[in-house]
Design a protein around this ligand. Sequence first.
Ligand SMILES: NC(=O)c1ccc[n+]([C@@H]2O[C@H](COP(=O)([O-])OP(=O)(O)OC[C@H]3O[C@@H](n4cnc5c(N)ncnc54)[C@H](OP(=O)(O)O)[C@@H]3O)[C@@H](O)[C@H]2O)c1
Length: 284
Amino acid sequence: MNDAEILVVGANGQLGTALQEKYPGAKPVDSAELDITDRQAVESFDWSNIKIILNAAAYTNVDGAESVDGRVASWLVNTTGISNLARVSSEHDITLVHISSEYVFDGNKDNHSEDEPFSPLSVYGSTKAAGDIAASLAPKHYICRATWLIGEGKNFVRTMIGLAQKGVSPAVVNDQVGRLTFTNELVRIIDYLLQTKATYGTYNSTNDGEPASWADVARLIFTDGGFDSQVTDISTEKYFADKPDAAKRPLNSVLDLSKLHQTGFKSNDWREDLNTYVKKELSK
Ligand SMILES: NC(=O)c1ccc[n+]([C@@H]2O[C@H](COP(=O)([O-])OP(=O)(O)OC[C@H]3O[C@@H](n4cnc5c(N)ncnc54)[C@H](OP(=O)(O)O)[C@@H]3O)[C@@H](O)[C@H]2O)c1
């Protein structure tokens, strides 16, 4: 695999930044350089030397997607944009790596496998599900399904550290359960699938480790960071009671990692990666 044949799309987001670090010889493009919603721009892009598209571009504002403008933007980027990338991938014999989300499910199952039928609760989840369908039409595709992504950017861990540094003890939902996915781990999975030429298809792609609620994750952040802040448990229903415009979220975000592990990939525990991440944040 030659880095120079890789295009990182949406290169300045959380995942895009980690992909750029992993593949310094790859070509990174942000939305100004390649707007994936612009069919003509995508089709006229110079694909001659590209063998792999790593697509980190997405509309990720879950609550924003419920608004009138957000609904349009979410469908444009997460679905129309992916169909544009899938089309050029087919036409130019390119491998398309795309990132999905557990928001394509309603969270009613205990452990989501890759072949669970879609059941999104929100606009964001619906557009991601439709994007998965579009990506799957590229003959050579990997759809890596992640949850609770943490990397370089605005994320839950940074929010909790920020609150603790201000001496705030927050109320955090205790009935949404899942695992963090660190961008470094997601990049390791993507690289492993590509390097080992794993069978094309969808792979649940999170860190491993005992799942926990957001409230428990927050407690761990405060412990790892040596903060005095305390977490008050609150149900999702109560937390969102005064936020009528918020998107509905799946309560169970735990993805079954059996298929990934059958490829031989050895996962990192999210608690260990969290400890490293918190220490690194505090040493900045
Ligand atoms: N965040 C999570 O908790 C989470 C959980 C599960 C799955 N995921 C999935 O993981 C992937 C990466 O998420 P992330 O957190 O790294 O996202 P992010 O930080 O929000 O970054 C998204 C990137 O997409 C780019 N983008 C938006 N519209 C674009 C367009 N029309 N054309 C080209 N680029 C465009 C943005 O670039 P500009 O700023 O230049 O517009 C931004 O750099 C996404 O597919 C997301 O759905 C995320």
